[in-house]
Design a protein around this ligand. Structure first.
Ligand code: AGP
Length: 372
């Protein structure tokens, strides 16, 4: 009913709008007055977290994209090697697991069969499993050694939005917590990022307030067949997620690429007026990546692409090459997905609507996939 949708036309719109609150709720009570993380709810003993030799993340779909982003954070802040694998592939390749492997299973529903089978396999091999889950008491957390709940609230739309954002928050919390308990050289940075995380909900809100041009752009592209998405570093999984949303909702051919891979093949796809969304990393800090992606934008534009550039406020270098410019607030490098994902969600939702698709119930899809 309209009341359930809180005045929005679709649950997806409501859930996109709820993201600042979902993000804040997932942080609530997990940062203490001194600015340290308190994740005692992770009942895995600190000694086990200190001795973990490897982290393996298993998940499907959008949750898998959260896992890909988590890898950058975990390896950077903890120096523990981290693999991310599609849950549906995991157990069939005889993965190497033991007591010193920490497996993280990410799932909104907690009922995804592929993810459940992956974690059962991991536990049989002696690994410890931490679930990141949005649904209290669901099967995946019940069968795991520990759980960190995301507090997105119920997600009704088939296409995941607010649950993804809170999965990211939970992944950052786990990465920072592992860094905190293991004591790495990044101690000061970890403290600073915890402070930035505490403010991020307001930044998400700010992005939401500037989405009208994105909706307009989406409507203007309703007749297109293909949209490509490019990103680097944590912007790469964001590109994959942007493409998945467009497939699910707009039933369009959409692909995400690592921008550095362009020259190894995908650049052959570029043709006159092809929309290409580019997620640009911050020009601060690891700016080498920024400069490389700006040259990618130049290259594809020279070949006729219609460039849709998502870049940090104040980043002027992209202006001459952007046919459409979408601004996002400055964040620490690793946290950028929390703001860069939002325009891609809005874009997919509006394109789907413009194409007359059923936004909350896309064809052929179910909210949780309880078969293998
Ligand atoms: C998200 O938009 C999708 N509908 C889908 O990829 C989903 O993320 C995937 O099926 C995993 O679901 P889960 O998080 O409930 O395990």
């Amino acid at each position: 009913s309209a009341a359930e949708k809180g005045g929005y036309d679709y649950f997806m719109l409501k859930e996109i709008a709820e993201q600042p609150k979902a993000v804040a709720d997932t942080l609530l009570g997990r940062i203490d007055a001194g600015g340290s993380l308190t994740l005692d709810e992770i009942r895995i003993p600190v000694s086990v977290l200190r001795e973990a030799a490897k982290v393996v993340i298993v998940a499907c779909g959008t949750a898998f994209h959260a896992g890909l982003i988590a890898k950058y954070a975990i390896e950077h802040w903890t120096r523990i090697p981290c693999e991310v694998e599609l849950a549906s592939e995991f157990r069939y390749r005889d993965p190497i697991l033991d007591q010193r492997t920490l497996v993280i299973a990410i799932s909104q529903s907690g009922e995804t069969m592929d993810t459940l089978m992956a974690l059962r396999h991991a536990r049989e091999q002696g690994a410890k499993v931490l679930a990141i889950c949005n649904t209290n008491g669901s099967t995946i957390p019940r069968e795991s050694d520990a759980v960190l709940y995301t507090h997105a609230g119920p997600e009704v739309a088939v296409a995941s939005t607010k649950a993804f954002m809170t999965q990211l928050v939970a992944c950052y919390l786990v990465a920072l917590y592992l860094g905190q308990v293991r004591g790495t050289k990044w101690g000061d940075e970890i403290q600073a990022v915890i402070r930035d995380l505490a403010k991020i909900s307001g930044e998400v809100e700010r992005v939401l307030e500037t989405m009208e041009p994105v909706r307009e752009l989406a409507r203007s592209l309703a007749g297109k067949n293909t949209v490509l998405f490019l990103g680097r570093h944590v912007g790469y999984p964001v590109a994959l997620e942007g493409a998945l949303k467009l497939k699910e909702l707009a039933y369009m051919h959409a692909e995400g690429f690592a921008a550095g891979e362009l020259k190894h093949g995908p650049i052959a796809l570029i043709e006159e007026d092809l929309p290409v969304v580019v997620v640009v990393p911050s020009p601060r800090g690891r700016s080498v990546l920024h400069d490389k992606i700006v040259s990618n934008i130049q290259e594809i534009r020279a070949r006729g692409a219609r460039t849709i550039v998502i870049a940090e406020e104040g980043d002027e270098t992209v202006v001459p090459y952007a046919d459409h410019l979408i601004r996002i607030p400055a964040t620490p490098t690793l946290l950028q997905p929390l703001v860069s994902t939002v325009p891609l969600q809005v874009f997919a939702c509006e394109l789907a609507t413009a194409r007359g698709n059923e936004v909350d119930q896309p064809r052929n899809l179910a909210k949780s996939v309880t078969v293998e």
